[in-house]
Design a protein. Sequence first.
Lengths: 336, 336, 334, 334
Amino acid sequence: MTSSGGSRIKELALEKDDLVDLYRQMILIREFEEHAAEQYARGRIAGFLHLYIGEEATGVGAVSAMEDRDHLITHYRDHGYALARGVAPDAAMAELFGKETGIVHGRGGSMHFSDVSKNFWGGYAIVAGHIPLASGLGLASQYQDLGSVVVCIFGDGATNAGAFHEAANLASVWKLPIVFLVENNLYGMGTAVEYVSAVNDMSRKAMAYDMASARVDGQDVLAVREAMQVALEHCRSGNGPYLLESLTYRFRGHSMADPESYRSKEEVERFRKDDPIVLFRNKLIEDGVATQEEFDQIDADALKEIEQAVQFAEDSPVPDPSTLDEFIYADSGDVR
Amino acid sequence: MTSSGGSRIKELALEKDDLVDLYRQMILIREFEEHAAEQYARGRIAGFLHLYIGEEATGVGAVSAMEDRDHLITHYRDHGYALARGVAPDAAMAELFGKETGIVHGRGGSMHFSDVSKNFWGGYAIVAGHIPLASGLGLASQYQDLGSVVVCIFGDGATNAGAFHEAANLASVWKLPIVFLVENNLYGMGTAVEYVSAVNDMSRKAMAYDMASARVDGQDVLAVREAMQVALEHCRSGNGPYLLESLTYRFRGHSMADPESYRSKEEVERFRKDDPIVLFRNKLIEDGVATQEEFDQIDADALKEIEQAVQFAEDSPVPDPSTLDEFIYADSGDVR
Amino acid sequence: MARELSYRDALREALHEEMDRDERVFLMGEDIGAYGGSYVVTNGFLEEYGRKRVRDTPISELGIVGAAVGAAMGGLRPIIELMTINFSLLAIDQIVNHAAKLHYMFAGTITAPVVIRTASGWGQLGPTHSQTFEGWYAHVPGLRVVMPATPRDAKGFLKTAARGNDPVVFIEHSLLYRNRGEVEEPDAGDLLLPLEGAEVRREGTDVTLVSWSRGYYLALGAAEELAKEGISAEVIDMRVLRPLDIDTVVESVKKTNHLVTVEESWRTLGVGSEIAAAVQELAFDYLDAPIARVGSRETPVPYAKNLERLIFPDRDKVVEAVKGVLARNLVSVS
Amino acid sequence: MARELSYRDALREALHEEMDRDERVFLMGEDIGAYGGSYVVTNGFLEEYGRKRVRDTPISELGIVGAAVGAAMGGLRPIIELMTINFSLLAIDQIVNHAAKLHYMFAGTITAPVVIRTASGWGQLGPTHSQTFEGWYAHVPGLRVVMPATPRDAKGFLKTAARGNDPVVFIEHSLLYRNRGEVEEPDAGDLLLPLEGAEVRREGTDVTLVSWSRGYYLALGAAEELAKEGISAEVIDMRVLRPLDIDTVVESVKKTNHLVTVEESWRTLGVGSEIAAAVQELAFDYLDAPIARVGSRETPVPYAKNLERLIFPDRDKVVEAVKGVLARNLVSVS
Ligand SMILES: Cc1ncc(C[n+]2csc(CCOP(=O)(O)OP(=O)(O)O)c2C)c(N)n1
Ligand SMILES: Cc1ncc(C[n+]2csc(CCOP(=O)(O)OP(=O)(O)O)c2C)c(N)n1
Ligand SMILES: [Mg+2]
Ligand SMILES: [Mg+2]
């Protein structure tokens, strides 16, 4: 595992603005998720809602290393990735509210955020189902010689699905430029990794495909960023795919319905103590990058932005029922 | 790879009868397959016919190491396994002819030989589809504490299917007593391993599942037998599954329709020179286990047995059309 | 003798009884153990029966079904859970090309008595999580497909399925788990309902409404609504979709001369299409009007609540369809 | 202007033309390259276009379809081959939960223009290799499902599919590859047939026969047989199964007043059930007899030739069904 440390901040050649922006993104995601949970409790949001709380460092660190031309595709726990990739909280929150102003016009909901203009190919709800899509996106990049890399996010649980294996093999055989980023948060829904995966070390699953791999502390945003840079560079140089395992933890239940009977309160508390956002803020203060007051201001701004997003979502109109048959086919043609 | 050599014959503590019987089985399979091909050309057999010619040492060696209580399940290239497990050539050939006297009454045909009384759970035609079934059979053995081991045969091509990976992971997580025997004959249908598998060494695919594995020269019947004994012992002792890769080669096309455009005549000739049956006979003669005359007699007997099987198949009645709706459900009940 | 049970508790009771009765019965599926089951059906079973008999699995639908079929071949009695029927697509090769075929292709020497529990349902779950595919499974010889609407059927079918020798696709409904209904007390003896036969649950004379699972309640609600207007609707719960008991429907139509099918799947090639096709064939001379089919709109299911409501059938749409059928009758009579 | 081509050569010509026209079009599938294609459709393509555009894949149906969808999202135009429709079950999650949903769930911002070529068919191939599932695919909004019977349709549909923006399930038939038929010369311009619309291929007045793919020829054969007895059958080739052009069938039935559907899949919930259900709804007053459906027997398909023959529909069974329908008419007339 790549070790983390404030001392590396300089080596990463990050300006203060960049560092603070990483923090800003994480707190923005946190506020977004907290508010989503609240609105869910109030009945404004329904269905599945998978929060990213506790895992923000992985998403923000990973996306921060990507170029604009790179492609992002992820599973249903997608809010953090959408925001990190630049989706506006307004459109994201409105989607949760099932509004016409939502990022996908209320069609997809929480699990299907996307923004093709940002090469964000969306969140997918069939576990591991999007991994073969990533291989295809990688093929498109290679075929057209675009130099872009695909970053595909999924969980520890998804690595047990055949779809992952078929996609990983294809990617390796064809040396496709894809970073498979496994968020190992120790559980797939309520099932601990050790009960369902023959190996606890996800990166080991890359060996069957002769694929480069590494593990990183997913609670350290800079470590993730750095590991991701290595992975991206590997892929961009034509060395084929790369599997990066990020060790992380979700602080909330799997979705809003989770009884959390499968893990102890103590365990959750232990991980919560090392909140990736708090850790990063403290480090930046310690290293003199920014002050407590600056962070307080960022927090306040994030809160305000999300509150406005909630308001926006609430004020937005629902989709027009006359559009009920749109988007079924891309080409015109009779629909029965 | 386990090296082969006549000198090991004694170490294997095999009696002359046993050794000669291994030979007898191989030549019986060879004759069966040659005759099947001939009858196919004559139009008595139709559909898919996948011959085992060239690969007999793997099947015979593997099955010879199994106990009666052990379970056997394989893919569609199943004639060799059926015969090695004791299915009568009569019933096997009659199945190819689509006759009522066939081992599965003409229902399954070439790809679905089976004999539950011999714990031979059949051949399956969906590539890799039977591998999860093997995991289930292994679970049944473990659950009921039977001490039996499941041997599951499939090809190099099948290792790229998600079904293999899901089944292998399950087997390893639950430490099921299963030997996954991969017949690496260098091609899946007309596609060479190196074009479609990220690793050429199939046994490496076991590593992702923390599974013991080995490679063996699949053209050496004694080497296979020995390797299989190690694998079975491993599983029977409760150490979980085992992946054994047998390096072999099919002398004929994938099925009867194969144009064989994907490999050169020279390549086939090179492998044919090391015919596993000839090699074994020569070795046994060299080591003084049996004489040329004895082998000639065995060959003649095998030929006669298979000719009789063809006659039996030809003389047998076709299934009675009145049985058309049998075997759909095991329990009675209206069928629409 | 009978008490009220929820659909969920009826299932739980069936599982308990069968597991207690037969050591070979075991459960397998994603999050059925430590998590308690995504629809809380198996909550507490892990604690009660242990890891051997309540097996949390990896996310490997194909592998799970295949392993269950193999275990069944090997003498066990797996009852597995696929969280939702949407995910069953990943396992459908094992269900159709393996479970449904084994007995046949090995000429009766192999059986695959596996019970595949899964759930249909919707509720702002988005395009990939709101589907129902009973029509697909009902197309396949070798499968038994049940879709209970009532707690009693849920229990009685599950117990029978657990003892039968055929693969059973057992489709629950996420919006029915809390529905309550009468179920015999366990001490009244094993509730073993045959896996066949539709049931006339409400008698009527003017029109026959046919449905199953949650659709049955829509039909029932419509019948009650129609009664207020003096229209007498007979309501049939199909219960089992393969084998399909078309005779019960035909008998009813011979009396009512009108038929409306109700289902939550897409109309095109939904089970209603088979029922309509078969009934027009078998009761042609008795039909006074075309058979109407109510199904979901032919589009993926959107997340937005206001749109989603418009996709699925509801009581009003059924009432409207019935009126359409009867109105046509009036027109042709006039 | 037109010449005779085999169904296989028509497909080959379409692939050639589209690959020559557009660099983004590429082929992917098991054994399509070095082996030449299991039904020899792509033979020689690897040599002509190279490994980049003719990609032999691992045996990973799910992965192949998923990769094709992803490649299509990324701007390419994959035409993939799943050897037979039986194996498509392994990929059906990608087809139904991904390809068919993307455009909808991302509100039109993403398209998945993938063409999935696969083959239906039988011929002593045994229980798992003799199925056909067009009815399943035709159930799903978002998919276009074509099942050409003629070389001309095969070519024209494939070319259109390759240029369209929707996922197309393109179902060929292993017993049709050698069938010959007229196809326009390439220099007559691109043969781009819209992916919709049934066609009346033989006019008649007494009964309408509806089928598609190989079934169309059974219907045609039956029509010719019936003609000898003075029965005039109209024959409709459905060609496209989603969207389903029911209007053409209804128009015909309004004239003939009798309908028989013919298909090779199991009758229960085969496409014929949808056609029968829809036609009785839309042409109720025009039907003089129940719609009859001819399909395959409701059992897995055995290997034995003598049994297999009895499973599938043939010309005689269609003739018999037509006579049954017309006889009933005579009876009710008398
Ligand atoms: C094919 C499939 N099976 C099951 C589910 C239900 N499900 C949704 S998320 C999930 C757990 C996934 O765990 P993991 O991959 O570790 O991701 P995490 O949620 O922990 O980030 C499951 C089982 C699903 N959506 N798709
Ligand atoms: C799921 C599936 N895909 C494709 C096929 C067609 N097919 C039959 S055998 C075969 C090749 C299998 O190769 P391998 O596993 O190496 O076994 P071998 O025939 O070489 O012994 C293929 C592609 C099939 N039967 N099932
Ligand atoms: Mg996880
Ligand atoms: Mg092979």
